[in-house]
Design a protein around this ligand. Structure first.
Ligand code: HEM
Length: 511
């Protein structure tokens, strides 16, 4: 059976051009009729690049999870990965020995058990976040960004808590992320289209390729930055004054990891790049869900009052008794996955699926947005925010549906490339959500006439990290972080002692 059969012709005439144009108009990807139009799996052969889009959990998990041995590479990101990052950016490393070594090292530092070492950091950040939200609810997004950045820097480098985002090192790391994302997402570099340009030597006389020279120069500059952050932890280890951090654990296991110092420094830098904005974006969506669904807040707060009480903030030891809060975290990752297409995978061998040929080098995208809103898995209310779907009649957590049984969603991706930071992410989201809801009510802002300002629950905005999907002069198609249209909210403390308890805990956690 020809793979083309699964793709209806587009409105622009000849099938190939029609499909390409359809692909450009990416709104349909998020649309309700996506599956009706394109079935479970969509195959596109566009300007030499085979692309597969999975529109159902069944096909995505069948290939990306169960056939992970051949579906776990990444497409080439020549400028962002190979030049700017010297081939060391863990999220884009192709399947092979280097990826295996970096993945193993990252995994060992971020297991469910290892992440417990960072619970104090996360607890402290949650208290700071709650205080900041009570003081200045108008800067909602900024507070989530600061908390995620500060937690990530502390967990990765044992960095002191960041009061603002004006820290010099943090700014440098963000400059790198912006540079990397920009060069990964646009057809700004001809080399992405014509990879043979990589063979032009940097120092030849006629037309020296400045992009290559500049890229390599930036790589050296970023390497110095990541190494200097790691050096600080190294010094602390030598003085015997180090505290738990991912860098410390990597340095101590240096011999076993088989990673060079440079590879290690880039691995930790990548973990920051991968973990910071995903977490803050998810929190931003969560705040939107809370003000749109006051009944969910009430339910969660009743659980918090029963389990935690009103004399202290929630802690990680409360987690087993807070199933509704855990369900809220699962639901937000399902309802609004921060990366609606996860990250692209690439195949390392030819394959067949359901009578369709998937050639080696195919770029594979899971349409998580659609998978997570599929009524076949999540019922008729799949489009709604409803944490109850993860609980049984007694209020206990239940496994997710079918192929999503582990987490209840696939927001962390698939197979061997599944998000290595998911335990940190889950724990961060849990404690932030629990502490904020314990401390305050989040409400919709009202205008002068006391009317509720409408919320846009679906629209995406074109800011934030951009994911490269496909480069071509005619088709510059890329998928972005899903982010809500900016909104603000009002916060009110739930009871008078909230401020004093938060202040006390801040002091305690400082010590
Ligand atoms: C809510 C927060 C997060 C979300 C939604 C998220 C989502 C994802 C997704 C969808 C992928 C791609 C998986 C695939 O290719 O199938 C991924 C990969 C990755 N994530 Fe996360 N992530 C989050 C937080 C974090 C954190 C906190 C860290 C680090 C501490 C992290 C580190 C990574 C790394 C290193 C990869 C690349 C794995 C590889 O290519 O082998 N992520 N994440």
């Amino acid at each position: 059976r020809s793979p083309w059969r699964s793709v209806p012709p587009g409105p622009w005439g000849p099938p190939i051009l029609g499909q390409a144009m359809d692909f450009l108009d990416k709104r349909w990807l998020f649309g309700k009729d996506c599956k009706q139009r394109f079935k479970d799996i969509m195959y596109l052969h566009c300007f030499g690049q085979p692309i597969v889009v999975f529109n159902s959990l069944k096909s995505a998990t069948e290939l990306l999870d169960r056939r992970a041995s051949i579906y776990s590479s990444r497409p080439r990101f020549i400028m962002a990965h190979e030049i700017l990052s010297g081939g060391l950016l863990a999220i884009f490393i192709p399947y092979g020995d280097l990826w295996r070594r970096t993945r193993r090292a990252a995994h060992e530092s971020l297991t469910k058990l290892a992440v417990r070492d960072y619970h104090t950091i996360l607890h402290k950040e949650s208290v700071l976040l709650a205080s900041a939200l009570l003081e200045r609810p108008d800067a909602l997004e900024k507070h989530f960004e600061r908390a995620a950045a500060s937690a990530a820097m502390s967990i990765l480098y044992d960095y002191p808590t960041l009061e603002t985002e004006n820290d010099k090192n943090l700014k440098e790391v963000h400059t790198f992320i912006d540079h990397m994302v920009w060069s990964a997402s646009r057809t700004v570099f001809l080399v992405q289209l014509l990879p043979w340009l990589m063979n032009i030597p940097e120092r030849q006389v006629l037309t020296p390729p400045r992009w290559k020279y500049e890229g390599r120069k930036s790589f050296m500059q970023y390497t110095r930055m990541f190494k200097s952050l790691l050096n600080q932890v190294h010094k602390d280890i030598s003085n015997g004054s180090e505290r738990p951090s991912v860098s410390a654990s990597l340095i101590k296991n240096f011999d076993r990891n088989g990673l060079s110092y440079q590879e290690m420094s880039w691995l930790v830098g990548t973990l920051y790049a991968a973990g910071s904005e995903t977490t803050s974006t998810t929190m931003y969506w969560w705040a939107l869900a809370m003000i749109a669904h006051p009944e969910v807040q009430k339910h969660a707060q009743a659980e918090l009052d029963a389990v935690v009480g009103r004399s202290r903030t929630p802690t990680f030891s409360d987690a087993p008794d807070l199933p509704y809060i855990q369900a809220v975290v699962k639901e937000i990752l399902r309802w609004r996955p921060a990366l609606p297409f996860a990250l692209p995978h690439a195949t390392t061998e030819d394959d067949w699926y359901d009578g369709m040929f998937v050639p080696k080098g195919t770029l594979c995208l899971a349409n998580l947005w659609h998978c997570h809103h599929d009524p076949a898995y999540y019922g008729d209310d799949a489009a709604n925010f409803n944490p109850q779907r993860f609980l049984d009649v007694e209020g206990k957590l239940i496994p997710g549906p079918g192929e999503a049984r582990d987490e209840g969603h696939k927001a962390y991706g698939f197979g061997r490339r599944v998000c290595v930071g998911r335990h940190v992410a889950n724990d961060s989201l849990f404690i932030y959500v629990a502490t904020i809801l314990w401390a305050m009510n989040l409400e919709r802002v009202r205008d002068q006439d006391k009317n509720e300002v409408p919320l846009d629950l679906v629209t995406f905005i074109d800011t934030g990290m951009v994911l490269y999907v496909f480069h071509h002069p005619c088709v510059d198609f890329y998928i972005r972080y899903s982010k809500p249209v900016p909104f603000s909210c009002r916060t009110t403390p739930r009871f008078p002692e909230v401020f004093s308890i938060l202040e006390e805990e801040k002091e305690l956690l400082k010590a």
